[in-house]
Design a protein around this ligand. Structure first.
Ligand code: TRP
Length: 340
């Protein structure tokens, strides 16, 4: 997890030359999959000294549902998770889509740069449509990757830490940047994806870890709920514990989770547990997770007592994002020859 990628070596050489943007949909509390998949890495990148933007993608919640339930509550939960894991509002700008009109206005010119056929080929959108609970596909579901390009390009981010499923959106963002630059003159960087080096954690039922499946340990869960969830985790019939992700995905995911929390090698962790079996593995995983998350949970509880501070962080982040988005929009309008 701590290997330095080419992009990171580049960042270290000149942190001020880069800008990072990432984001999450405010649909519920973040869990261990988010933490080891991306949050941990975001905090690390932030500490390398790169200017970082963290977007709470509130308009994007409406892609696969009609109504964004308890949106304000989910935004607060997300802010608590961010602050608890160490995203620092002094170094990172936390903001919401809906507060930044100039970002949203970029959607219009950007839509003119892509074809309907291109949008229809996006594999992540196709997959989300297949799993959507809605009876029809909204225009937003079809076009949100273009909106996501506006998320990234409004602040001219050049690095985007994301998971594998976001790569088609990144490719589209690069296409939009390139076409805009070709048509109207160079304005945007072509941002690169930064894939996390951490291997994937499975949910306790052996399927993809997900907020909505009840198979994930939330960062905010307490020690007892964590123990209960991990005690019920799916394993297999083989007593001897090994680390073999290809053949024993459920057991290996528990071993990996333990190893990540203990900052150890998963093969060594599996060897230590060995013949003690699945119950011992689950016990060790529970202890490791609870110990690792204890300071994060304590910070989260502290921030939760000060909603005024949360609002202030968001207000200041939104103000910073608004100023940058307005500058970019005026550059776009000048490039497109709009009368000012
Ligand atoms: N689509 C991302 C997700 O579902 C969230 C997101 C919105 C995002 N805008 C972004 C991620 C811009 C990276 C960059 O997780």
């Amino acid at each position: 997890m701590n290997t330095l990628t080419a992009a990171e070596a580049d960042i270290l050489a000149d942190p001020a030359a880069h800008r990072i943007l990432t984001g999450d949909r405010p649909t519920g509390r973040l869990h261990l999959g988010h933490y080891f998949g991306t949050l941990h890495n975001r905090v690390r990148l932030q500490h390398l000294g790169v200017e970082t933007f963290v977007l709470i993608a509130d308009y994007q919640v409406l892609t696969d549902r009609d109504i964004a339930d308890d949106l304000a509550g989910h935004v607060e939960e997300l802010m608590l998770d961010y602050l608890a894991v160490g995203i620092d509002p002094q170094r990172s700008t936390i903001f919401t889509h809906s507060a930044v009109p100039a970002l949203n206005q970029l959607l219009l010119p950007f839509l003119s740069l892509v074809s309907v056929a291109e949008l229809g080929r996006n594999p992540t959108v196709k997959d989300e449509i297949a799993h959507s609970r809605q009876s029809s596909v909204s225009g937003l579901m079809f076009t949100y990757p273009v909106h996501q390009a506006a998320d990234i390009l409004f602040c001219k981010a050049d690095l985007v830490p994301v998971g594998q499923d976001q790569l088609p959106h990144l490719e589209l963002t690069r296409t939009i940047a390139r076409r805009f630059n070709d048509r109207y003159g160079k304005l945007f960087p072509e941002p690169a994806a930064m894939l996390s080096a951490a291997p994937l954690l499975l949910g306790t039922d052996g399927t993809k870890m997900s907020k909505s499946r009840g198979n994930a340990v939330a960062l905010a869960a307490d020690a007892d709920a964590t123990a209960r969830l991990l005690r019920g985790a799916k394993t297999d019939g083989e007593r001897h514990i090994t680390y073999d992700p290809a053949h024993r995905p459920e057991v290996s995911s528990l071993v990996l989770l333990t190893a990540l929390c203990e900052d150890r090698d998963p093969v060594a962790v599996a060897a230590e547990i060995g013949g003690e079996g699945a119950a011992a593995l689950k016990k060790r995983a529970t202890e490791a997770v609870n110990e690792y998350l204890a300071p994060i949970r304590a910070r989260r509880a502290q921030y939760a007592q000060d909603r005024g501070y949360l609002r202030q962080v968001l207000r200041e982040g939104n103000e910073r994002a608004i100023a940058i988005a307005e500058k970019t929009l005026s550059e776009v309008r000048a490039a497109m020859n709009h009368l000012c």
